[in-house]
Every structure is written in structure tokens, then in C-alpha cells.
Design a protein around this ligand. Structure first.
Ligand SMILES: Nc1ncnc2c1ncn2[C@@H]1O[C@H](COP(=O)(O)OP(=O)(O)OP(=O)(O)O)[C@@H](O)[C@H]1O
Length: 553
């Protein structure tokens, strides 16, 4: 694998350290780290790895994107490698890594595989992998892999079925995204899993925030831990991340998003962007709306089959899509806790394919045929499908905002404001992840969201989007005129006649047109007028008759 571009913010790299070589890591592990293109450990890595290698329990809080995965995977791999080199090589499960979502499990497995590139004798498996049937998993577990990566419910099912025994062999337990694992409803599962573990083992908890949940886990699993509080996540994020918000009614969000992306209003729409919505229907509604106007985007949500979800993240990272519309947590959609992989076959794919239309067909192999079948189906069948999509089981182990390493995301748009500030932090943590890379987040704040924002503003440690205060039209126009005069030139406004917009060729069926018309109607806009000029700040105002954008360059 070619060395990858480092994705970690420079301020989090420990450039003062003598590099990974000073961490006393195995030569083959060091080679793999170099192959990954990691020259310096991050702060969490240079702090946690030596302590872990001394056998200490660890509680590490470090901001999203700070390299926590490597911080716990490297010592786990090192310990197993040393045991094997010393001849303690009887097959046994030595490490268990618990994560809140299947997506994260896949990502952690990939990282372990990268780290063991030159140490193939270290075997790791992801219990949540979509490739494995239950029978397959039993066979794989019988081989006693060195490292198991799983959500709590997945490993618990196997422990209770007697397909794996950890009582004798387990040496290391890691709980990643510890602040989220309990909020996924894994409380009971984690407790039960712990009852299957030996009396003595080394534990690490990794988290982006310190919450009551982390504290509860700390009491449960850590013994006299080294506590690493590396940075206040929001404070650190602020240095790389610029946050905006727009006050606007719900009905204006579609058009605002369209104009941001269509006109490539820097920084939104000029690079890769994740647009978060709060429910699956909105996910497709927005996708279809944007597609009316030729904006290509893909969707990611808990109703899609697991394989498609992996694939979409990969395609996004490879640059096939610039925009992904994502929902971020299963709980929001009323998904029952644990939908097992059995639920991810054709049935789910069918609806996903139906709603996702053409480009999801490309990314979700299993859904392609059905997708095209659906497109030719009569219109009244579509409403039935929509109903079915609403009813379909969602995957409670799904997570997009949580730990997934999307590459080079320039901006995040909160089309819907997330329900909690923690969720907000994880969403905006998908950007500003690259070395020296800046990131931008924009949140649409509907009147019904206002109290949430007020709460967020009061809490000192929580992220504080800049709230654009409503000002009168006259004042805005006066500012624009002044700005234009200051700049010594007039910038011609973009004017969109709504008739012209409605005249766009609709590529798809009547139902899709209806979606667009409804949004346009709801937005009560007959004529849209967009004016753009340079400014220090991004300001957006929505008017009954027009939208005015004053944008940063
Ligand atoms: N030492 C390093 N040097 C350069 N890049 C690194 C280093 N360690 C990790 N990275 C890269 O930084 C990115 C973020 O790392 P990682 O996903 O481990 O962060 P995280 O702290 O677990 O984030 P989150 O809380 O969102 O899960 C990844 O692309 C990873 O490959």
C-alpha cells in the first residue's frame, strides 16, 4: 500500500519526539508504521504507547482525528508480536477491541492489518463483518484469532453461544469511543462481556470527551489507570475549524443547500462536503432535490446494507463523490437495538436501492438490479415503497459521525441541527482532520432549534457556532454597497428566476418532481436573487423573495 497522506492536524503531532523509533516498538511494526507514512507519533500516541507497553491501564481523552486508533492498536500488536517472537505462540484470543459501530470495527480492522503488514502471524478479525455468516464466524473463532474487533452485542452473542472463550487467554481490552458506547445502549452488553473476561487484563478507554458514561466505564474496567487528557476537544478543534450558522426556516434549507453547492460558495461546495440530516427520508429527499439540478451526491444511512455503507465511504474517500448526505445515528431513527447482519440482505438493499437511484446503484452492488427494477415501477408503487422504507428496520450499530475516517473533508453542513452537542462535535469532527487542513462547519438553525443553540452557547466547553443575527434588508444592502465601494468594483449578482429553475429538466419520475415542487412551494420563493461578494465573514439571509449570500473567499 502506498504511503498515505497524513490525516492528522499538525498541532497534534509530537514533532519534538524522536519519532516512533524512540517508542521501543518492534522493527516490523516500525516498518509498517513508516509504510503508512506516519513520521511522528501524535501526542496521544507518544503519551499512551509507552504507558501501555509498561502494562498500565489507560484512560485517554483526545480530540477526534488525533490518532487514537494507532495509540491503542500499536501496543496491542506489539505485545502479541513479542509474545509470538518469544515462542508463546499457542493460538489464543489475546486482545478484544470494542467499538460502538460496525463501520468503526471495519476501520479498526483495516488499521490493525496495516500495522501487521510485515507480521502476518498476528491475526485480527472483525466480528461484525458483512462477509461472514454466523457459521463462518464460528469457524473463524475456532481458529482463535489474536485480536477480535467487535461491537459489544456481537462479541456477547458469540461468548454466550460458547463459540469463543476469553477467560483464560485475554490480555488486553480496549474500548474505543468510550463516550459513545453506552449511549448506543450497550450498557448491559458491556457488563455481560466483562463477566466473561479473566480477573487480570490490561484495559484502555479511548474517548473524545469525558462524560458520565466514560466515568461509569472507568469504574467498571480500569484499575489505577494513567489518565491522559490531551486537549479539550472543542478548544483544539477551534484552531482548525471555523463554524457558522444560518438562521432560516426549515423550508429554506433545501434551496440554500442547492445554492451553496451549485454556486460553489467557498468553502461549502468547493471541496468534499458531508451534509448531515436527522432522518433517512430527509436523506433521500435532499439527494433527489439536489439531483434535479445536476448535483451528484451519495447517501449514507442506517437503512443501507452494511456492504454498501463501506463501499460508499471508500468511494467518497477516493473522490468518486464530493458530497455525501448522511444520517449519523441509529437511535434517532427509532431502530431497534441490534439488527443483526441477517437483516442486511436483499430486502434492505431493495429499498435502499430504490431510494438512492442511479449513483447508489454504482456504489451498492447488491442493490443495482433492484434499483433499476424500481425505477420502472408504476408511480403508485413508489408511495408503497416509501412507506416500506419508513418501516424497514434500521441498523442500530450504524454510525457515520462516530470515528469514521472520511478523508479530506473540507466542510460539514448540518442541514438539520443534531440533537445533542456531543453529536454536533462528532459531526464537525469529520472535517479539519488533515495536516494543516482547515475545516468549515455550517449549521442551519431553524426557529425550532433556537433553544438548543442557546443552551449550547451557555455551556462553556461546548462548541459555539457563530449565530448570524437577523438584520434588516436595508442594513444588509448598505453593507454590500459599502463593501463594493471599498473594493472599487461592482460584482454582478447571480439572479435566478424561479421560472427558470422550474424549467430545469427533471431527470426522474413524477414523484421526484413533486418533492422539488413541494420544497419550492414551501420556500415561498418566486424569484431568487443571489448576490456574492468578498467579505471576512460568511453571512446568509433568506428572504421571502430572494436569498442573499455574502461569502468569504
Ligand atoms: N502518527 C500519525 N501521523 C500521521 N497521520 C496519522 C498518525 N496517526 C494517525 N494518523 C491519521 O490520522 C487520521 C485520524 O486518526 P484516527 O482515526 O486514529 O483518529 P481518532 O482520534 O481515532 O479519531 P476519531 O475520534 O474521529 O475516531 C487517520 O487518517 C490516521 O491514518
Amino acid at each position: 500500500m502506498a504511503a498515505q497522506q497524513s490525516q492528522v492536524p499538525t498541532d497534534l503531532l509530537d514533532t519534538d519526539s524522536a519519532g516512533f523509533a524512540s517508542l521501543d516498538l518492534n522493527a516490523r511494526l516500525l516498518r509498517a508504521i513508516a509504510k503508512l507514512g506516519f513520521n511522528h507519533p501524535t501526542l496521544v500516541q507518544s503519551s499512551a504507547i509507552p504507558l501501555a507497553l509498561q502494562g498500565k491501564d489507560i484512560l485517554a481523552r483526545a480530540r477526534t482525528g488525533s490518532g487514537k486508533t494507532g495509540a491503542y492498536c500499536m501496543p496491542v500488536v506489539q505485545k502479541i508480536l513479542l509474545a509470538k517472537e518469544a515462542g508463546r505462540s499457542a493460538p489464543a484470543v489475546r486482545a478484544l477491541i470494542l467499538v460502538p459501530t460496525k463501520e468503526l470495527a471495519e476501520q479498526v480492522l483495516k488499521h490493525v492489518k496495516d500495522l501487521t503488514l510485515y507480521a502476518k502471524e498476528v491475526v485480527a478479525i472483525n466480528l461484525g463483518s458483512s462477509d461472514q455468516s454466523t457459521a463462518n464466524q464460528r469457524a473463524i473463532l475456532a481458529e482463535k484469532p489474536d485480536i477480535i474487533i467487535a461491537t459489544p452485542s456481537k462479541i456477547l452473542a458469540q461468548l454466550e453461544a460458547g463459540n469463543v472463550v476469553l477467560k483464560e487467554s485475554l490480555e488486553s481490552l480496549v474500548i474505543d469511543e468510550a463516550d459513545l458506547i453506552l449511549s448506543y445502549g450497550y450498557d448491559e452488553d458491556v457488563r455481560k462481556v466483562l463477566s466473561h473476561l479473566p480477573k487480570i487484563y490490561q484495559s484502555s478507554l479511548m474517548s473524545a470527551t469525558m462524560s458520565d458514561d466514560v466515568d461509569a466505564l472507568k469504574q467498571l474496567v480500569l484499575r489505577n489507570p494513567a489518565i491522559l487528557k490531551l486537549s479539550e476537544a472543542p478548544a483544539s478543534a477551534e484552531s482548525e475549524l471555523t463554524q457558522f450558522s444560518i438562521n432560516c426556516p426549515d423550508s429554506d434549507k433545501f434551496l440554500l443547500t442547492y445554492f451553496m453547492l451549485k454556486l460553489k460558495i467557498h468553502p461549502f461546495g468547493t471541496g468534499k462536503c458531508i451534509i448531515f440530516v436527522n432522518d433517512i427520508d430527509k436523506c433521500y429527499k435532499l439527494k433527489l432535490f439536489l439531483e434535479q439540478f445536476g448535483i451528484k451526491c451519495c447517501t449514507l444511512n442506517s437503512g443501507l446494507p452494511l456492504k454498501s455503507r463501506y463501499h460508499i465511504v471508500q468511494e467518497f474517500n477516493r473522490g468518486v463523490y464530493d458530497y455525501v448526505i448522511a444520517t449519523d445515528e441509529a437511535g434517532v431513527f427509532g431502530g431497534e437495538k441490534d439488527s443483526d447482519d441477517e437483516g442486511e440482505g436483499e430486502g434492505e438493499g431493495e429499498d435502499a436501492g430504490d431510494a438512492a437511484t442511479e449513483d447508489t446503484k454504482d456504489v451498492a452492488d447488491g442493490t443495482a438490479d433492484i434499483s433499476s427494477k424500481k425505477r420502472s415501477a408504476p408511480t403508485d408503487a413508489k408511495s408503497t415503497n416509501r412507506k416500506r422504507r419508513k418501516q424497514q428496520p434500521t441498523d442500530s450499530e450504524y454510525g457515520v459521525a462516530r470515528g469514521i475516517d472520511f478523508h479530506n473533508v473540507q466542510s460539514v453542513i448540518n442541514f438539520d441541527l443534531p440533537p445533542t452537542s456531543r453529536s454536533y462535535m462528532h459531526r464537525v469532527g469529520r472535517t479539519a482532520r488533515g495536516v494543516g487542513n482547515k475545516g468549515w462547519a455550517l449549521s442551519f438553525v431553524a426557529p425550532s432549534d433556537a433553544p438548543e443553540i442557546v443552551t449550547r452557547k451557555k455551556g462553556k466547553k461546548k462548541p459555539q457556532p457563530t449565530v448570524v443575527r437577523p438584520i434588516s434588508d436595508e442594513k444588509i444592502f448598505a453593507r454590500i454597497e459599502k463593501k463594493q465601494a471599498d473594493m472599487g468594483r461592482t460584482i454582478s449578482p447571480y439572479t435566478f428566476d424561479m421560472k427558470q429553475v422550474e424549467g430545469f429538466r427533471y431527470r426522474s419520475e413524477d414523484a421526484l418532481r413533486a418533492v422539488t415542487r413541494t420544497a419550492v412551494k414551501e420556500a415561498r420563493m418566486k424569484e431568487l436573487k443571489i448576490e456574492i461578494l468578498n467579505s471576512e465573514k460568511l453571512k446568509v439571509r433568506c428572504y421571502r423573495e430572494r436569498i442573499l449570500l455574502v461569502t468569504a473567499q
